[in-house]
Design a protein around this ligand. Structure first.
Ligand code: NDP
Length: 434
């Protein structure tokens, strides 16, 4: 803790995982013998680099780029790229660390990594985005490859940015190594169903949780934070399963529509116009807009799906959700609930789906994209979606069984951490000390 005192998010992620692993170490002394904990928290390597680019006024701008290659025991490094002004080494490390166990849970052959930049894409022209992506890839290409490290999208990085980065990688390498990046658009190597995968996967996972508790989505009131890639497709699938989604947000504020959100309007605002969620009122004047996005958790609901960013649910927000009768919370974003919030949910007996299990659908379909690229093949949307559904069911079952086996029935935080960790730890032992 002293060594990484300045890396708050990383320490938070490590603490959550280590606390879950206590029963595993008690029953498996070989993990102590092989000093797995000390080894697993030290990334294989952290690469950080300058990204210099020219804005539309011909001014030279400078940002910092990162790639944290944390662990490749189960497969090539794999994890998204985030463009957001808050990006720093701690955030990159926490995301990459979580990614190791998440990727292990998918059952796909992928290791853990994360990357990004403190570049702020907001308000940038398309040409500026392209020049930035090209500059970023001009350095990153040294360290990645289809069998080495396969980045994807994350906050601020969607199919457009992936397209610019893929184009630059291809030009520099002079080879059509499609599998170097996932999240490409279908048509030049992207997988059908990738765009929907994290949100749909989250809802498939929640369906398993509900089914296990003899509940269902039908007529449940749902609140989803964010209105980006994960949020939009979580809303879509939850509505498809019969839920009423009444609120969503962006970093400025949130919309409350008691009649149920009009997803067509949300998609037009966010995917077509790139506008603020407040403009939902232009479509539905009867809805209400509130300026403070963090207050979205005051909206009473049966199911809360945080799909925006880390630490968006603190202790106070968690208490409010519980007081208002929430029955289930499942994380679409990475680490949206802080440790206090998680404990409040677990102590209150709320069904809680932790990120590394509940939002693993995105990276699972990324691994399916890699498989399609390797075989120079492409699958239909329905084939991909069916595989995604099976993977999410398997993650739920595996996490639930691990929780039971180690004496924490129904605690999916403990279960998913243990299920992911044991796969990686066993691989580390098998592959020898390094
Ligand atoms: P996007 O950039 O598409 O969307 C993020 C959304 O969250 C935007 O609506 C953004 O609003 C909003 N937001 C950001 N900060 C806040 C805040 N403090 N309060 C409320 N809303 C906020 O990102 P994604 O949807 O891809 O990612 C969302 C989360 O899901 C991240 O934690 C990411 O790591 C995680 N994730 C994503 C996966 C994927 O496949 N995309 C896979 C697994 C996890 P604004 O436009 O104002 O910034």
């Amino acid at each position: 803790k002293q060594k990484y005192a300045f890396e708050l998010e990383f320490l938070q992620a490590v603490e959550e995982i280590f606390l879950s692993l206590v029963p595993v170490f008690a029953q498996n002394p070989e993990y102590i013998h092989h000093n797995i904990l000390a080894r697993i928290v030290e990334p294989d390597r952290i690469i950080s680099f300058r990204v210099a680019w020219q804005d539309d006024n011909n001014n030279v701008q400078v940002n910092r780029g990162y790639r944290v290659q944390f662990n490749n025991v189960l497969g090539p490094y794999k994890g998204g790229i985030r463009f957001h002004p808050t990006v720093n080494e701690s955030i990159m490390k926490f995301l990459a660390f979580e990614q190791i166990l998440k990727n292990a849970l998918t059952g796909q052959p992928i290791g853990g990594a994360k990357g990004g930049s403190d570049f702020n894409p907001k308000g940038k022209s398309d040409a500026e985005i392209m020049r930035f992506c090209q500059a970023f890839m001009t350095e990153l290409y040294h360290y990645i490859g289809p069998d080495r490290d396969v980045p994807a999208g994350d906050i601020g990085v969607g199919a457009r940015e992936i397209g610019y980065m893929w184009g630059q990688y291809k030009r520099i390498r002079g080879q059509f190594e499609q599998g170097v990046l996932t999240g490409k658009k279908p048509g030049y190597g992207g997988s059908l169903g990738r765009k929907e995968a994290t949100g749909y996967g989250l809802v498939y996972f929640v369906s398993e949780m509900l089914h296990d508790a003899n509940l269902s989505f039908i007529n449940k009131t749902v609140v989803v934070s964010g209105s980006g890639n994960v949020a939009i497709y979580a809303i879509e699938k939850a509505q498809h399963f019969g839920a009423k989604v009444v609120a969503c947000s962006d970093s400025n504020g949130y919309i409350y529509d008691p009649n149920g959100l009009d997803l067509k309007a949300v998609k037009e605002i966010k995917e077509v116009k790139g506008a603020r969620i407040s403009t939902y009122l232009n479509y539905h004047p009867e809805a209400t807009y509130f300026e403070d996005c963090s207050k979205i958790w005051t909206v009473p609901c049966d199911i809360a799906l945080p799909c925006a960013t880390q630490n968006e649910i603190n202790g106070d927000a968690a208490r409010t959700l519980v007081e208002n009768g929430v029955k289930l919370v499942a994380e679409g974003a990475n680490m949206p609930s802080d440790l206090e919030a998680i404990n409040i949910f677990l102590d209150a007996g709320i069904l809680f789906g932790p990120a590394k299990a509940a939002n693993a659908g995105g990276v699972a379909v990324s691994a399916l994209e890699m498989a399609q690229n390797s075989s120079r093949n492409s699958w239909t949307f329905n084939e991909v979606d069916a595989k995604l559904h099976d993977i999410m069911k398997a993650i739920f079952t595996e996490s639930k069984e691990a929780a039971e086996k180690y004496g924490y029935p129904n605690n999916l935080v403990v279960g998913s951490n243990i299920a992911g960790f044991t796969k990686v730890a066993n691989g580390m032992i098998a592959e020898g000390v390094y």
